[in-house]
Ligand binder design. Sequence first.
Ligand SMILES: [Zn+2]
Length: 142
Amino acid sequence: MKLFETHAHLDLPDFDADRENLINKCFSSGVEYIINIAFNKETAISSLELAIKHQHIFATVGYHPHDAQDFDAEIIKKHAREKKVVAIGEIGLDFFRNLSPYPVQRDVFANQAHLAVEYAFRWWFTIVKRIRSATISSNKRA
Ligand SMILES: [Zn+2]
């Protein structure tokens, strides 16, 4: 059986001590590919660095709803041009913890969805989204 890990955060400091061992263990256990998910500017950079270092790891670029206030479209555009970046993510709406105000989350989510369409020049380019406690209010107007 071939496995494709579609949502990992292997660039996080939690894995600093044993990241390479963990990655090797994944690949030797049957995982063929890994998509490492970014959620802000810093992880966009570290995810891409990880993807460049490992042939079978790919990266995303995006601003999580918790980090929506830091949204920078230029970071998305710059990273979306990279061959190893395969999706816009992790993006979405999260009204469970509400770490960014609703109107900011909504606007940043819409902006990133539009950027995903704009950069959908590769058939596999997609969106990694997160919707938490937002199903009823996702159409709400501010
Ligand atoms: Zn995640």
